[in-house]
Each structure stands twice: as structure tokens, then as C-alpha cells.
Design a protein around this ligand. Structure first.
Ligand SMILES: [Zn+2]
Length: 406
């Protein structure tokens, strides 16, 4: 399986110049291919990323000779990414036609702007002639045509490095390594089952009755600062050095917020996988919920999608299982004592009393217990349909659900 590790780089100013140029080249290739794709399509053609890569390869030596000064994969991956963007778009389109997705949520491939998600990728390929586009020795990484670059830490995973993606966040550079760590770990023995309810009041409530895990709420805490920096940026004269400086400061704060959020999620998912053999979570329709403006701030703040992604790959590495409940499973509304359903439970009710059996429930804890109860005593039989064991590709809901017992 492939895992990734993203490490801060410490490039020299000359290396940073090359990074910037490579990002520009990747963006140019992406936009070039997107424009071609659109004209080809309008002309009745059937564009594909493979054909576009071939076209650009044939062209670049004469039309864009500066491309040849950079690793060849920079351009290739940019166009492959466009292919991926179109694949996502067509998948979404199919879901809109099936009525599973709102047409407003379509992710249409768009032209890239300078300074937004700047990145490029180099890889080790399968070609024996160029086996070492990326070499890592301790805290140094050697990139083709760029040379040795210092890193803040060593790569955490042992295995074969497949590729390196260089990206920029604010004024800092990072390298994300894709490492092939080989086969999966053996299936974990009974380390217990836990249901996890992700929430807005707490980051996570576990069904084992331990204290709920608080969310760092980075946005809320740093929001005041964000507002101040935003105001200060817009007071600066356009094109001035002061404005550029304020822009960097703002970008750094955004990056810091993202890092705090990521850190909290990593700690939570690692904790869950270390302690339990089976983790049951809800299938939160994140994109649907983001469309709900009241919930969107809190959800974007926590990062449910990233939570599931981390949990699934860590489970895969540790031989644990992640079970995703059906999207329509009423985890909050069921009474975990008597199975009666409280149809009238509102989102704002944090605690409620069951009308059938009189049990009082904490909303989040009750939901977590209901999730844990989806897994029968002694675990699932081997070939249970719909069971997900650390499946990859967490974005695809179609085959990731386990239906609750009726
Ligand atoms: Zn009850």
C-alpha cells in the first residue's frame, strides 16, 4: 500500500527559484491541456489526457523549450491531474443524473491561477533508464535537475519512494513523498469495537464512555486575528511591497490554522486505531452538509472527510477495520437501550429522554453507542456484504456502506 509523508523543505534561494519555475510550468501545462480539451470537445472530438500528453511532448522542444530544463514528469503529471479532474467531473455528472448530487455541487475543471495550490510532481517511474528522479538520504532529498534539498525531518515510513510532490503553502515549501510500504498488516485480533460520533460540540465522542475529545476549533480561536489581517491587507496599496508582505502574513495564518486542524485529526485517528480493532463511524455526506450554511463553518473546521481518509489508511496499516454506517442510519434518534426511535429529536437537543423506556441520553454518546452496536458480538463473519475494512478511496460512497438491520 502507498502512504504519504509531507515534510517541510529548506531550499536555497536558487532552489526556490527552480521550484517556482516548476510550479509555473505545471500550471502552464495544465491550462494548456484544459484549453485544448475544451476546443477538442467543442469540435466533436474525444479528448483524453494521454493524447494531450503526447501532443505536448511532440510540441515542447520547439514551442516551449524552457520546459525541457525541468524534470519531464512535471509536465506529464500536470496533464494527468487534468485527466483526474475530468474523471471526477464525469463521475459527479453521473451522480447528478442519478439524482444523488445537486447540480450546484459539480466540480468542473477550471483554469489554475498563479499562487493558488502551486505544486509539481517528480517520480521514480518504472523506467530502468531513470531510476533515481527522487533519492532520499536522511534529511536530504535529491530531485532531478534540482539537486540535493534539505528537509526538516526524515521520511517516517520504510519502503520504496514512488514519487515526490513539491508544494507551496504561504511562503513555505513542502515535499510529500508517496511511499510503497508493501503488503498490509495482518488482521488485528479482538482489540474491541468502538463507535465514534463526530460532532460540533466535541470533536469526537466514543462509545466506551471515555471523556469526549475536544476539537481545537482553530478557526474560532484565530478568527479575530484573521479578520484583523484581512482588514490590514485591504488597506494596503495594490502592487505595493507592504501589500505583498501583508498577503504573506495572512497566508501563513491560514496555513497555521490548517496545520492545527490536521494535527488534531492525526492524534485522534492514531489514538483510535491504536486502542481499537474495529472503529465504526457514520457516513457523513460532507458535501451535502457543507451546502447547509449553518453547519458549514463547524464542519469545515473539523474536516470530517480528512478524518475518514486518515482513519482508513491507518486501519489498513495496523490491520484494524473501519466500518462505515449507512448514510440513513439514524444513529442519533435511536434509543440505545430499547431501540425505540425518537422521530422528533431536533439538532439543537443535546440530551433527551426516551419515551418508551425512560432512559436519558446524551445525544453524542447515544449515537456512538448505536454505531458500536452495528457490529454484532464476536465481529462480522468473513464474507459479510457491505463490510468495509480500511477500504481506500474514501470518496466513493457507492460500495462503502453497511446497511443497518431493519
Ligand atoms: Zn428507550
Amino acid at each position: 500500500m502507498i502512504v504519504s509523508h509531507k515534510i517541510r523543505l529548506v531550499p536555497s534561494s536558487a532552489q526556490e527559484q527552480v521550484f517556482r519555475r516548476a510550479c509555473g510550468t505545471a500550471r502552464f501545462a495544465y491550462n494548456w491541456a484544459l484549453a485544448r480539451w475544451q476546443t477538442d470537445y467543442l469540435a466533436g472530438g474525444k479528448p483524453s489526457e494521454a493524447a494531450l500528453r503526447k501532443q505536448l511532448n511532440a510540441l515542447k522542444a520547439t514551442a516551449f523549450p524552457w520546459m525541457c530544463e525541468l524534470p519531464k514528469t512535471v509536465v506529464q503529471y500536470a496533464i494527468k491531474n487534468l485527466g483526474l479532474a475530468y474523471k471526477n467531473f464525469f463521475d459527479d455528472l453521473a451522480r447528478v443524473n442519478r439524482g444523488e448530487l445537486n447540480a450546484k455541487q459539480l466540480r468542473r475543471p477550471r483554469f489554475k491561477k498563479k499562487g493558488h495550490h502551486d505544486s509539481f510532481r517528480v517520480d521514480n517511474g518504472t523506467d530502468k533508464g531513470h531510476p533515481n528522479a527522487v533519492t532520499v538520504v536522511g534529511k536530504l532529498v535529491k530531485l532531478a535537475r534540482i539537486g540535493w534539498v534539505c528537509m526538516r525531518e526524515e521520511v517516517r515510513f520504510a519502503g520504496t519512494i514512488r514519487s515526490a510532490t513539491i508544494s507551496r503553502e504561504a511562503d513555505a515549501w513542502y515535499c510529500s513523498f508517496a511511499v510503497d510500504v508493501g503488503g498490509l498488516a495482518a488482521e488485528g485480533t479482538a482489540r474491541g469495537i468502538v463507535g465514534v460520533d463526530l460532532g460540533i460540540a466535541h470533536l469526537a465522542t466514543l462509545s466506551d464512555g471515555s471523556t469526549p475529545i475536544e476539537s481545537p476549533k482553530p478557526l474560532r480561536r484565530l478568527l479575530g486575528k484573521l479578520k484583523r489581517l484581512n482588514r490590514s491587507l485591504h488597506r494596503k496599496v495594490k502592487g505595493s511591497c507592504n501589500r505583498a508582505h501583508a498577503k504573506t502574513k495572512l497566508a501563513r495564518l491560514h496555513a497555521r490554522i490548517a496545520h492545527i486542524r490536521e494535527d488534531a485529526l492525526h492524534k485522534l485517528t492514531t489514538h483510535l486505531i491504536q486502542r481499537f480493532g474495529t472503529v465504526v463511524i457514520e457516513d457523513l455526506n460532507v458535501r451535502g452538509m457543507l451546502a447547509n450554511r449553518k453547519l458549514s463553518r463547524a464542519i469545515a473546521d473539523i474536516g470530517f472527510f480528512e478524518f475518514r481518509r486518515q482513519l482508513e489508511y491507518k486501519a489498513k496499516m495496523a490491520g484494524a477495520a473501519v466500518i462505515v454506517a449507512d448514510r440513513w442510519f439514524p444513529s442519533s434518534k435511536l434509543c440505545s437501550t430499547c431501540d425505540a426511535k425518537n422521530e422528533s429529536l431536533a439538532l439543537c437537543e443535546r440530551a433527551w429522554t426516551c419515551l418508551s423506556c425512560g432512559a436519558t441520553h446524551d445525544r453524542d454518546f447515544n449515537a456512538a453507542v448505536n454505531l458500536a452496536r452495528l457490529v454484532p458480538e464476536g465481529g462480522y463473519p468473513e464474507s459479510s456484504p457491505g463490510l468495509v475494512c480500511g477500504a481506500d478511496g474514501s470518496g466513493d460512497e457507492s460500495d462503502l456502506a453497511v446497511k443497518p438491520a431493519a
